[in-house]
Design a protein around this ligand. Structure first.
Ligand code: AMP
Length: 537
């Protein structure tokens, strides 16, 4: 028989991050890049006051516990205020990706039954189109006042300035605090509803030195949008740590991002490879460096090893991370272990290009097609990647059926695991290439292609083949001003992979189709080049 513990049982609530932050780091700064190169800056103490005022404003306007509050907004201090004012009072902050197709945005708002929508003026025309079709939204509230339109409800009107503090309500830690929809490349988007408990545990785990490792000494710039899985939890982990926060706002040009990084002393930043590429292209083209940036967290799609090398030459170390909307998002982060220190540079790079080792609180296995029986963790065998843990969804928002198989969530990725827990994604299961009965990892082929000096971006896709079933084809976006030949590009594979893994041909494109969260849309490429093969994607 077990003996009950005798410790205080306080619910894990997002409001506790806020109160901890203001008590212990009141003078820490939150800086936001505004249009026209201007900046907004204030302290945690001032942030706190405004969060209280917004919380009261939401209450005054009749928004009740459990209601969904939508946002169509960039990474700004106001968006951050909404995160904390909603969660703190038991509301659900529903961040919406404004880059999705309008029909998907409409579907998402109606599915979530949002009652308020806070939006940046950049999305005004989108909002005008949404308004007649989203009846659940009773209040459309403009976040910034940079518009000539009058008679709009504005954010500052929602701040009840008669308050400076409040007794944050205590409630069940399993209550929802955030909602984020998957991008829905296959069928309708589905909602992942995060709880206070899952959010806090995820924030704790991500602060571990072997994970993202945010500390009070950091200045954190989330390049990843706050509508893409809560900016990977940085609004919580950075504030929990007392870090300076640097919010990039709407200007995602290389120039603006590099300048913010330098002028605000950013030490840690996180984003998908495509946004890092934008910042790196600008940095290199202008012979610039990073004087304070130490750590680049890169995930959302495979980080090309060439990017790790480039950043390392700029004295920035990469933490490659794997995650997904359904996993809050962090599952693994990649770092070298002490035993890797004696390896050659190339061997270390190979380790760093893996998706990494599990955070404590997330557990992984790979399986065969039954999605149940574990396959060997020998670093070679690949299988369906399954995950379970404290911040992994059990069911999608509004659905009664479980999203799990035998207690595990099927990620849809194909990966290997090794004896030290390193996970390496070889493909999204929809994108695997099977040639002559053997698997070819499209990510491995793409990673090598991006080492070619003239290749900006590469996608390896399956072409139907009467003899082999499928053969790999490399789709390439060239770097501006270069004109490599097919032969020249393919020569990079000599002695790197088995002959039969080398793509049969190279197709050059002017643009790569990307999803609203910056992932390559290989289904679009397959549709474009091999239409008859495409089925239900
Ligand atoms: P999302 O829910 O939109 O964030 O997409 C999650 C999916 O992105 C995962 O299931 C992977 O297919 C992909 N992904 C995320 N991080 C990585 C990574 N580091 N390497 C390869 N694929 C990744």
């Amino acid at each position: 028989m077990t003996v009950p513990g005798s410790m205080i049982n306080r619910p894990l609530l997002v409001s506790s991050i806020l109160t901890h932050a203001v008590r212990n780091n009141p003078h820490q700064e939150i800086v936001t890049g505004l249009d026209g190169g201007k900046k907004h800056r204030y302290t945690y103490a001032n942030f706190y006051k405004r969060v209280v005022q917004l919380a009261m404003g939401l209450q005054n306007n009749g928004i009740k516990m459990g209601d969904r509050v939508g946002t169509l907004a960039w990474n700004t201090y106001r968006h951050l205020e909404i995160y904390y004012a909603t969660a703190g009072t038991g509301l659900v902050c529903h961040t919406i990706n404004p880059r999705l197709h309008i029909s998907q945005i409409q579907f998402i708002i109606n599915d979530a039954q949002d009652v308020v929508m806070f939006y940046d003026s950049h999305f005004e025309s989108l909002v005008e189109q949404l308004k007649p079709n989203c009846p659940s939204v009773k209040h459309w509230v403009l976040l910034d006042e940079s518009t000539s339109a009058t008679n709009l409800s504005t954010y500052t009107e929602w701040l009840d300035t008669s308050h400076e503090d409040l007794d944050w309500p205590q409630f069940d830690e399993n209550s929802a605090c955030g909602l984020c929809y998957t991008s829905g490349t296959t069928g309708d988007p589905k909602g992942a509803l995060y709880s206070h408990r899952s959010t806090i545990l995820h924030a704790y785990a991500s602060c571990h030195p072997d994970a993202v490792g945010v500390s009070r000494r950091d200045a954190v710039m989330p390049l990843v949008p706050m509508y893409h899985v809560n900016a990977w939890g940085l609004p919580y982990s950075a504030m929990l740590s007392g870090a300076k926060m640097v919010m990039p706002g709407a200007d995602h040009s290389g120039k603006a991002l590099h300048s913010l990084c330098e002028t605000e002393g950013v030490t840690l930043s996180a984003g998908v490879p495509s946004i890092w590429q934008i910042m790196l292209d600008y940095t290199l083209a202008n012979n610039l460096t990073f004087s304070t940036l130490k750590c680049a967290v890169i995930g959302g799609s495979a980080c090309p090893p060439a990017m790790i090398t480039t950043l390392s030459k700029l004295n920035v170390s990469v933490r490659h991370a794997w995650g997904m909307t359904e996993v809050s998002p962090l599952g693994t982060v990649c770092l070298l272990l002490p035993e890797h220190e004696s390896l050659s540079e190339q061997e270390q790079l190979n380790v760093l290009a893996a998706q990494g080792r599990p955070l404590f609180g997330a557990e992984f296995k790979i399986t065969g097609d039954d999605n149940v029986t574990p396959l060997p963790t020998d670093g070679k065998t690949t299988g369906n990647l399954m995950v379970r843990g404290n911040w992994v969804i059990e069911r999608y928002y509004g659905k009664s059926e479980s999203a799990l198989t035998d207690g595990w969530f099927h990620t849809g990725d194909v990966a290997s695991l090794d004896a030290n827990g390193y996970m390496r994604i070889s493909d999204r299961s929809k994108d695997v290439i099977k040639s002559g009965g053997e698997w070819i990892s499209s990510i491995e082929i793409e990673n090598i292609a991006t080492e070619h000096p003239d290749v900006q971006q590469a996608a390896c896709i399956a072409k139907p083949d009467p003899k082999w079933g499928e053969r790999p084809v490399l789709v390439v976006l060239k770097k501006p001003g270069t004109s490599p030949s097919e032969e020249n590009i393919l020569s990079i594979y000599n002695n790197r992979v088995a002959k039969w893994m080398i793509p049969d041909e190279v197709v050059f494109v002017d643009q790569m189709p990307m999803t609203a969260t910056g992932k390559l849309q290989k289904a679009e490429l397959r549709k474009k080049f091999f239409a008859p093969k495409e089925n239900n994607e």
